[in-house]
Ligand binder design. Structure first.
Ligand code: MG
Length: 392
């Protein structure tokens, strides 16, 4: 049994913490080599004491300085501590790592993911924004370096599991399931008045705040369509979305012969995380066995794109390609922040995304710098629009 060295970027977030729970169950399979977070020094300190990584990184320099003081004061072995914007990218290419799990939030995942690929590491990708904004660069780099990019997103893990043993040519269609979020039955007129608190009450999944709001707008599913396009080399016409409120069927694959395979289970991220770590093997335990009699019935319906325009907007951005998906994603990130801060109303999120997409002049096949510039432009425009929306 080989012991593999793991680096986790975003270790203090929801996926990062659940990844450490999986690793804890398989101490003879994985050793934690590096941990990185944005600024949660206290959570990271606790993780350092439990997992003894060689190196840690905090993107926020002040938090890194505080962590350094705390560790030196406490005595015992002190890991290398990296701080600042480039720290995550440096840790992503840390010598001796076998796998890098990327679970940071938003487009901040792009540079560290590319660095991990260039260093030849297997990448377990929980951050969908990386493929949304720079899918063409990530897939090209992975192909050039012969590196596997394994999905951690539950839907894509489901698709990946269903595809095992079949050639890509046999794939006809991917069907991503969506829970529909907390506002699945909320009438259009009432969406003007829903609060951030209500948006954060997801019926099935416990996740970070950004992705939970994205689930409420269905933007999350739009981002996932683009993610599926890049991960599985599927045309946008080959990726469908169906609303499935129980979140038991995690996604489906239809083959050329008409056969449809699905992966089922209780909604629990521990399984997709564990599968990325164990691939191509399957390791025992970790999730509660599925009891279909207890579930009773499963429901499916078409998504309501009139009430949830973020879904078609994201798919449109994916089809246009170039810098458009990065612009769409950046506008959404800013709009979601403004909504969480109570500055704009729920329907403003889609309006901001739509208007910024309309204003954007697309660059085809952009370089990383061009993606970064388009992202920055969209953030400035979205901030300006959010401020306008918040005026009475
Ligand atoms: Mg998902």
């Amino acid at each position: 049994m080989t012991l593999r060295n793991l680096v986790i970027l975003g270790s203090t977030g929801s996926i990062g913490r659940q990844t450490l729970e999986v690793v804890e169950r398989f101490p003879d399979r994985y050793r934690v080599l590096g941990l990185a977070a944005y600024r949660q020094a206290d959570v990271l300190l606790d993780q350092i004491r439990r997992f003894h990584p060689q190196a840690v990184a905090l993107a926020d320099s002040q938090s890194a300085a505080r962590l350094r003081q705390q560790l030196q004061g406490a005595g015992g072995p002190v890991p290398r501590i990296l701080g600042g914007e480039e720290a995550l990218t440096e840790l992503a290419a840390w010598p001796g790592a076998d796998m890098v799990l990327v679970a940071v939030v938003g487009a901040a995942g792009v540079r560290p993911t590319l660095a991990a690929i260039e260093a030849g590491r297997t990448v377990a990708l929980a951050n969908k924004e990386t493929l949304v904004t720079a899918g063409h660069l990530v897939t090209a780099a992975a192909a050039r370096r012969g590196v596997a990019v394994l999905p951690v997103d539950s839907e894509h893990s489901a698709v990946f599991q269903c595809l095992q043993g079949s050639s890509r040519a046999s794939l006809r269609r991917i069907v991503l399931t969506a829970s529909g979020g907390p506002f699945l039955r909320t009438p259009a007129g009432q969406l003007e008045r829903v609060t951030a608190e209500a948006a954060l009450r997801h019926p099935n999944w416990k996740m970070g705040s950004k992705i939970t709001v994205d689930s409420a707008t269905l933007m999350n599913k739009g981002l996932e369509v683009i993610e599926a396009h890049w991960l599985f080399g599927a045309a946008f016409e080959q990726v469908d979305v169906v609303v499935h409120p129980e979140s038991i069927v995690h996604s489906l694959v239809e083959f050329q012969d008409g056969a449809v395979l699905a992966q089922l289970g209780w909604p629990d991220m521990h399984l997709p995380i564990q599968y990325a770590l164990s691939y191509p093997e399957r390791w025992p335990g970790g999730v509660r066995p599925l009891d279909l009699a207890a579930v009773g019935s499963l429901h499916f319906e078409a998504p309501d794109t009139a009430r949830f325009p973020c879904l078609p907007l994201a798919i449109q951005a994916g089809k246009i390609g170039g810098t458009m998906p990065a612009v769409m994603n950046a506008a959404n990130e800013i709009a979601v922040q403004a909504f969480l801060a109570g500055r704009i109303r729920f329907p403003h999120i889609a309006r901001i995304v739509a208007q910024i997409m309309e204003k954007h002049v697309v660059t085809a096949s952009p370089s990383l710098d061009e993606v970064v510039d388009a992202d920055a432009w969209a953030r400035r425009e979205a901030q300006r629009m959010a401020t306008e929306c918040s005026q009475p």
